[in-house]
Write a protein that binds this ligand. Structure first.
Ligand code: RIB
Length: 309
């Protein structure tokens, strides 16, 4: 049976240091805790959708090293097809160094490793995985030419395409015009448009400019303030769910998984956004990227018990 959601993107091993505070240049401090978990925006988004019950495939590239081999085994055990999880002999697995302070804020430095070699050839080798997909998701931790081809193949298959422009880099008209839903945070939305967001009321103007660039729907995620959605017919403001924040890492990735699932389930836009909003919110309540991703039951319970709008 065809996979309903196809994710193209990065996989990193996240080395997480819980620190009492962010240190100054030249200063050495002690971490309170250290842990290693699986992460990377592409894999996080794939596992988020998988845990919500979707059929998912992930096109990604790991190093043929200890991290890469155990990550590939783990993804396969999670139910992802290993045929599109490539191992690279030349370059190590991508690594993210994540510092986390007591407020739940993070600072991340990524060494992309094998993610930077996720190539056009990998996509060609995975071409059968585009058949019959409903939703395609991509982010920007991989080469831009692969992002562009992925979107093109997905549109050719009749899929709804979701682009998470993170980490931000300038995007061509070709990429934006193949994007059905773009999901930037406030910083990425400002970078994309060159417009400054001084107050919340600036969001419609920023989203309008993104629509003019050729995208069909814009969802700007606002962290603890929720989200703003706009397409040519509708504007939606939604508050964030009230949760106890431990670590915001992968909240955006969880949101993407929730959005993809809501859309593939055929939920209306507002309901889909509520589902994604709850998935993202719950991911902030636990430490780490993939260990923090919630189940469908947890998401549905939050949506049922708390109203946003
Ligand atoms: O979005 C969170 C992810 O960003 C982390 O898992 C880390 O690997 C970086 O890619």
């Amino acid at each position: 049976m065809a996979n309903k959601i196809l994710v193209l993107g990065s996989s990193n091993v996240d080395l997480i240091l819980k620190v009492p505070r962010f240190n100054q240049p030249g200063e050495t401090i002690r971490a309170d805790h250290f842990t290693t978990v699986f992460g990377g925006k592409g894999a996080n988004q794939a596992i988020a959708a998988k845990q919500l019950g979707a059929e998912v495939a992930l096109i990604t590239r790991l190093g043929d090293d200890h991290y890469g081999q155990s990550y590939r085994r783990y993804l396969t055990e999670k139910g992802l097809n290993p045929k599109t999880i490539f191992l690279d002999k030349k370059v190590p697995t991508g690594i993210a160094f994540i510092e986390l302070n007591p407020k739940g804020e993070n600072r991340i430095v990524v060494a992309p490793g094998s993610n930077s070699l996720l190539s056009i050839d990998d996509l060609k080798r995975s071409s059968s995985f585009f058949n019959g997909i409903k939703i395609f998701i991509v982010q920007l931790e991989i080469p831009i030419q692969s992002v562009r081809l992925g979107l093109k193949l997905a549109k050719r298959s009749g899929a709804v395409t979701l682009l998470n422009p993170s980490p931000y880099r300038p995007l061509s008209k070709e990429i934006l015009s193949q994007t059905d839903f773009i999901v930037p945070n406030e910083i990425e939305a400002q970078a994309l448009t060159g417009l400054k967001m001084k107050k919340d009321q600036d969001l419609p103007k920023i989203a309008e400019k993104i629509l003019e660039m050729g995208v069909k729907n814009v969802v700007i995620t606002l962290g603890p303030k929720g989200l703003f959605f706009k397409n040519p017919n509708e504007e939606i403001w939604m508050k964030a769910y009230k949760v106890k924040v431990v670590d915001t890492t992968a909240a955006g990735d969880a949101f993407m998984g929730g959005l993809a699932c809501g859309l593939s389930d055929g939920k209306p836009v507002r309901e889909t956004l509520r589902f994604a909003n709850a998935t993202g919110g719950l991911a902030t309540t636990k430490l780490g990227a993939q260990p923090s991703l919630p189940s469908r039951k947890e998401v549905e319970t939050l949506v049922k018990n708390q109203s946003t709008n």
